[in-house]
Design a protein around this ligand. Sequence first.
Ligand code: DAH
Length: 340
Amino acid sequence: MNNKINDLLRRVEEFTPKSAAEVEEFRIKILGKKGEMNALLEEFKSVAPELKREFGQKINQLKNRALERVNTLKEEFAAAATPTSAIGDMTRPGSKEELGSRHPISLVKNEICDIFSRLGYTIADGPEIEDDWHVFSALNFPPEHPARDMQDTFFIEKNPDVLLRTHTSSIQVRTMERQKPPIRVVCPGRVFRNEAISYRAHCIFHQIEGLYIDEGVSFADMKQSILYFAKELFGESATIRMRPSYFPFTEPSAEVDVSCNLCGGKGCPVCKGTGWLEIMGCGMVDPNVLEASGIDSKKYSGFAFGMGVERIAMLKFGVKDLRLYFENDVRFLHQFDSVL
Ligand code: DAH
């Protein structure tokens, strides 16, 4: 009996399998139901009582050792079967997850929308792929207007009625078509123009359009709303001035300048020595535009305004090249992490 135990123990220790299958074979042979271990236990029953204690302990130790050995060998083969590339080097330091942040154009767009929401404006949306009616005709553009020219507008395929909107004023039209006055909306969105890309122009950019229509809306209401907006955006000391201008969809129309926030109006390279920065176009909605969308121009009047988000962001952050907003270089974008 003693020899059998010692022999089995030696075989357990010296067992050097080449595969997981060999380990399993070995386990069945030694520890299985009809295995050598159970045969030994069977034999143990007939051992003389005075020797039972000694042999009992030895057999137990053998069994535990055999179990332990089989389990370690199994684990070793399992680990070897898993490709190391799947786990990687567990001792390497973890890779850092870069946290994203809002794009500066989104920050400025949100701030502008927030300011107008405090004046009771809601947000309206419209499609980027538009038709001639919503971008031009309903906005009082005469058929021969140069903005319809291929130079400015991206037309889709050969159908000149389908185009990428060149301004968010198209959302004005869509809003007036589906909503009765009073209307008070801001319309942020992407616009497209067939322009050469430079530090100050891009073929894709963002605009925010505003529209206010009700009974008795006057030019003074427009002026005060825009002044409030300028002060909220550029600070309490900001002032505005309006210069007469022309847009087909407004009459009278104006260009709005805000006092230069960099030099405080004294004149600097950013404002080209004038003390003023151009921020938007605006005007009283032309009665033709109201009528085209089914609004009674004798009962209602209103004003509209439109601004470029990139331009406002450039002025606000002192960014001199508009292309930076489209390159998405994280070294540029991360500078806005804690702004606004
Ligand atoms: N749509 C004009 C543009 O793209 C901006 C604009 C000017 C919008 C005057 C208006 C406005 O609503 O009244 O340049």
